[in-house]
Design a protein around this ligand. Structure first.
Ligand SMILES: [Ca+2]
Length: 210
């Protein structure tokens, strides 16, 4: 009878794990509130300029940064109040350019921990188009590595894709990937080899989906 009672208490204790733990050993949140915070999907990277739903910031510029003109409050058509416009004009010596969207703001190549637990996601989807069609670029999730690092290593990429002049939705499959600590939610990369004459691309509705 005593043993049965003990088992029952153990089961109740497991069921009320949070409560039991709080009386036995107080959890210490040393990492801060934004580190690996669990969230629900869909989880937006970008929908509209200034939206409170947006997560990750486009601060991780790389390559020939002077060759990039970036506007995430661009008006293109009435159906989409704001989209991201990226103009790449190859003239620098690196002959490529790109941008990581990372968390937290000011993270400076993962010198500061942050990010989100995106285990709810099975894919990242985004809409993209080129100004004329044929613009080539690569898009990625994860892969950021510094003092801290994304749980997703290496990044999962679309590989170089050629955009069309009309909007199309693209998907990066993430099912089964370690997404519990994502510091870089999205990245764009392109090169002079891919776009000898430069490229203007548009992006919208970037989000993690269940
Ligand atoms: Ca939009």
């Amino acid at each position: 009878m005593v043993r049965v009672l003990c088992v029952c208490l153990a089961v109740v204790c497991v069921m009320l794990a949070g409560g039991c733990r709080s009386t036995a050993q107080e959890p210490t949140d040393v990492a801060g509130p934004s580190v690996g915070q669990a969230i629900t999907c869909p989880f937006t990277v970008y929908s509209e300029w200034g939206s409170a739903e947006n997560h990750f910031v486009p601060e991780g510029w790389m390559g020939d940064v002077a060759d990039v003109a970036f506007d995430d409050n661009h008006k293109l058509d009435p159906e989409r109040p704001s989209v991201i416009r990226i103009q790449y004009t190859p003239s620098g010596s690196a002959q490529f350019a790109g941008i990581y969207w990372w968390d937290p703001a000011g993270g400076n190549w993962a010198e500061v921990d942050g990010g989100f637990d995106l285990s709810c996601a099975k894919k990242l989807t985004f809409w993209a188009r080129g100004e004329r069609g044929g613009e080539k670029a690569e898009f990625k999730v994860g892969g950021l590595r510094g003092t801290y690092q994304c749980s997703l290593q290496p990044a999962v990429s679309t590989g170089p894709i050629a955009l069309t002049e009309s909007w199309a939705q693209y998907t990066i499959a993430l099912d089964g990937k370690p997404l519990d600590h994502i510091l870089s939610g999205f990245a764009w990369v392109t090169s002079k080899v891919q776009n000898p004459e430069g490229a203007v691309i548009y992006l919208d509705d970037i989000r993690f989906e269940p």
